[in-house]
Each structure stands twice: as structure tokens, then as C-alpha cells.
Ligand binder design. Structure first.
Ligand code: PAD
Ligand code: ZN
Length: 375
């Protein structure tokens, strides 16, 4: 019997307040309104950005359904939706794309003017939520909310992908893989023969290592305080791995010495002020480019030495790897299907939704790269 037009009761992982565990409860998911799409989630990765929302480092509204790295299948569509139809396999887009605003039309823009990423991404475009628990509204998160059996998305925040793509793998294309890989290729524009440094070897940082390698970098120095990450970094293309705790001097000084003046490209994939500073200072004067990929704490301010920029280094930020989401995601999925890159080494754990708290503990303890929840 069709569920279209009806409220669906399903399981979701709800977080009620800051720094608290998730609880699995039965929620109600309203049907999609005009220009919205309801999807059944098949798989969702756990990304550090979700944990930034739990810890408060990224401001979001509670209670909430987090998760932004998923794959689903369209259950029903609201009035006026033409981009997908029931039965399509899709990826939710935390960085939506209307295709018509100044940013979407700009060749280098990927942050749609119509849909923000802040608290406005915690509700639908009309300012209400499609999720309720015992009649009380639950906030969405990051334009997506994938830690639930069903979610409702704006049509600009969903794109159809190859029906044959394995959900428990290509969910990483919804965030982690695309972000790191694209930051190296699109934002840093790593050149063949260059020297790169990647700070932070989680799912996103390791994808940045893969991007540097694909772009033809000849030296890729991987940096992490957790040496357990080094084997995988080497497997994915790092030529050297270093731990800042093994040195008395600041890591940027170590890198400048190792590379006779600094690296061509550095990517910070942690989201801390100190490492953002180190990554910038590790770049070569005159032409080094440093890319901020890690999400810094909301509304925080940091100090840098202006001479680092004055002497010619470039400091850039990269959201979703600089990709225009609606155009790039289906293409990245098809590249994966054609074996142009692999996602398997990034996926260390596969868990049911009920074990979501375990998945977050693995991330916090540095024991996982990506845990993928399968539904
Ligand atoms: P992760 O926690 O799996 O990886 C972070 C890594 O950094 C871990 O291996 C840590 O051991 C390491 N680390 C922590 N502190 C230090 C330090 N002081 N020096 C060296 N290494 C350190 O996270 P992730 O890979 O899921 O995400 C990484 C960041 O990227 C995080 O801030 C996340 O919010 C951000 C992100 N940004 C975007 C975007 O669009 N820009 C998208 C997705 C994620
Ligand atoms: Zn993410």
C-alpha cells in the first residue's frame, strides 16, 4: 500500500540536547510539501561535522536529527518536483544547489544563495519541520538529516544517482570523500610534481591525500597526532607520515625544513586554530597555497601573522570540495562505478542505526575512519 501523502512512523536517532547520546525513538515524518522530496534512507556515514554539532563546536538547534552523508530511495515527491521520481536512488546534498542564483551560476561558486548552511538548514524552506516526536517538532540538520529511516529534503538538496551504486559505499560521496578529494583538486588545484601536506587523517583528510595523489603530487606529507592513521595514509598515497608530538619544535618548522622552504599546498582537515596556523605557516613563501577544510568552531576568531600572507602565501576555504553539488555528485558516483577511485579503505565499520552511539565513540576515540550506518 502506498505511503504517499501519509504520515510515516519510523525509527530515528534523535539528539535532545548538546553533548548527550542519541536515542532511538519512533518519530512521525510528514509528507513532502511542494518542491520537497521524502526519501527512505539506505545508508549514512558518520562525519566529524555531525560530532561538531553534538559538542556545540558547530551551532545547531535541538532536539535534532543529525546526519548528512547518506544515500536513499525516493518514497514520494511534493507538488512541482521534476528532478526525481519515486523509486530513484538519490544522495541528499548538504550544500544544496538551485542552479539559478548568482553563486550557482558563477563558475567558481558552490554555496547556493537560496539555501544556507546555518540554523536555516535546520528547518524546511517554509520555516517548519517535517519531523515530530509525539507531536512536538524535531529539527533537521544540514539540509539533510540522514540518521532516520525517512527524511524530507528540499528538491534543491537531492540528486539522482546510478541505481546500481552500493549505498553503504557511495554515501561517502555525499560528504567526506568529495570534500577532501575536491579540496585538493578543485580548491588547492594541486599540480603534478608538487609537494603537499595534509593535516588530519580522518575520512576527509585521507580523501584529500587521495586527491593530491590523483592530481600527480610527487610528495604527500601526512600529519596526525594518532599514528594509527599512518598505515592507511600510506596505502592511499602519502609518501611520508609525521606526528607533531614526536618533535620539540612546531610542526610548521619541521615541514619547512623537510621541504627546503615549505610545501606548495597544505590542507588543514581538522578544524583547529593551531593547526590552521601551522598549515598556513608550512606553505612556501610567494606561492604556497593553504586550504582550510576542517570546520572551525562557529563564530570563533583567530589570530594569524599577517606577514605570512603579505609574503605571498594564499589562504583559502573549501566547502564540499568546491564541487557544484547537483552536477558533481552523480558524476562522482559514476566515476566510482568505473573504478576511477576506491572508497573501501575509508570504511572501517558498518553498523545498524541502533548502534549509532557506538559509531560516535569509535570516531571520538580515533578508532574508525568512517563508520557507515546501514538501514
Ligand atoms: P576525523 O575526526 O575523522 O579526523 C580528524 C583527524 O585529525 C583525526 O585523525 C585526528 O587524530 C587528527 N587530529 C586532531 N587533532 C590534531 C592535531 N592537533 N594535529 C594533527 N592531527 C590532529 O574528522 P573528519 O575526517 O570526518 O573531518 C575532518 C574535518 O573536516 C572536521 O572538522 C569536519 O567537520 C570537517 C569537514 N568539512 C567539510 C567541508 O565542507 N569543509 C565537510 C565535511 C567535514
Ligand atoms: Zn560531513
Amino acid at each position: 500500500m502506498s505511503t504517499a501523502g501519509k504520515v510515516i512512523k519510523c525509527k530515528a536517532a534523535v539528539i535532545w540536547e548538546l553533548k548527550k547520546p542519541f536515542s532511538i525513538v519512533e518519530i512521525e515524518v510528514a509528507p513532502p510539501k511542494a518542491h520537497e522530496v521524502r526519501i527512505k534512507i539506505l545508508a549514512s556515514g558518520i562525519c566529524r561535522s555531525d560530532d561538531h554539532a553534538v559538542s556545540g563546536s558547530q551551532y545547531t538547534k535541538f532536539p535534532a536529527i543529525l546526519g548528512h552523508e547518506g544515500v536513499g530511495v525516493v518514497e514520494s515527491i511534493g507538488e512541482g518536483v521534476t528532478c526525481v521520481k519515486p523509486g530513484d536512488k538519490v544522495i541528499p546534498l548538504f550544500l544544496p544547489m538551485c542552479g539559478e542564483c548568482k553563486n550557482c551560476k558563477h563558475p567558481r561558486g558552490n554555496m547556493c544563495d537560496k539555501h544556507g548552511l546555518g540554523v536555516e538548514a535546520a528547518l524546511m524552506a517554509d520555516g517548519t519541520s517535517r519531523f515530530t516526536y509525539k507531536g512536538e517538532p524535531i529539527h533537521a540538520f544540514g539540509n539533510t538529516s540522514t540518521f532516520t529511516e525517512y527524511t524530507v529534503l528540499r528538491e534543491d538538496a537531492v540528486v539522482k544517482i546510478d541505481a546500481a551504486a552500493p549505498p553503504e559505499k557511495v554515501c561517502l560521496i555525499g560528504c567526506g570523500f568529495s570534500t577532501g578529494y575536491g579540496a585538493a583538486i578543485n580548491t588547492a588545484k594541486v599540480e603534478p610534481g608538487s609537494t603537499c601536506a595534509v593535516f588530519g587523517l580522518g575520512g576527509v583528510g585521507l580523501s584529500a591525500v587521495m586527491g593530491c595523489k590523483a592530481a600527480g603530487a610527487s610528495r604527500i606529507i601526512a600529519i596526525d597526532i594518532n599514528k594509527d592513521k599512518f598505515a592507511k595514509a600510506k596505502e592511499l598515497g602519502a609518501t611520508e607520515c609525521i606526528n607533531p608530538n614526536d618533535y620539540k619544535k612546531p610542526i610548521e618548522d619541521v615541514l619547512v625544513e623537510m621541504t627546503n622552504g615549505g610545501v606548495d599546498y597544505s590542507l588543514e582537515v581538522i578544524g583547529r586554530h593551531e593547526t590552521l596556523n601551522s598549515a598556513l605557516a608550512a606553505c612556501h613563501k610567494n606561492y604556497g597555497i593553504s586550504v582550510m577544510v576542517g570546520v572551525p568552531p562557529s563564530l570563533s576568531q583567530m589570530t594569524i601573522m599577517p606577514t605570512l600572507l603579505f609574503t605571498g602565501r594564499t589562504w583559502k576555504g573549501s566547502l564540499f570540495g568546491g564541487w557544484k553539488s547537483k552536477v558533481a555528485v552523480p558524476k562522482l558516483v559514476s566515476d566510482f562505478m568505473q573504478k576511477k577511485f576506491t572508497l573501501d579503505p575509508l570504511i572501517t565499520h558498518t553498523l545498524p542505526l541502533d548502534k549509532i552511539n557506538e559509531g560516535f565513540e569509535l570516531l571520538r576515540e580515533g578508532k574508525s575512519i568512517r563508520s557507515v550506518l546501514v538501514f
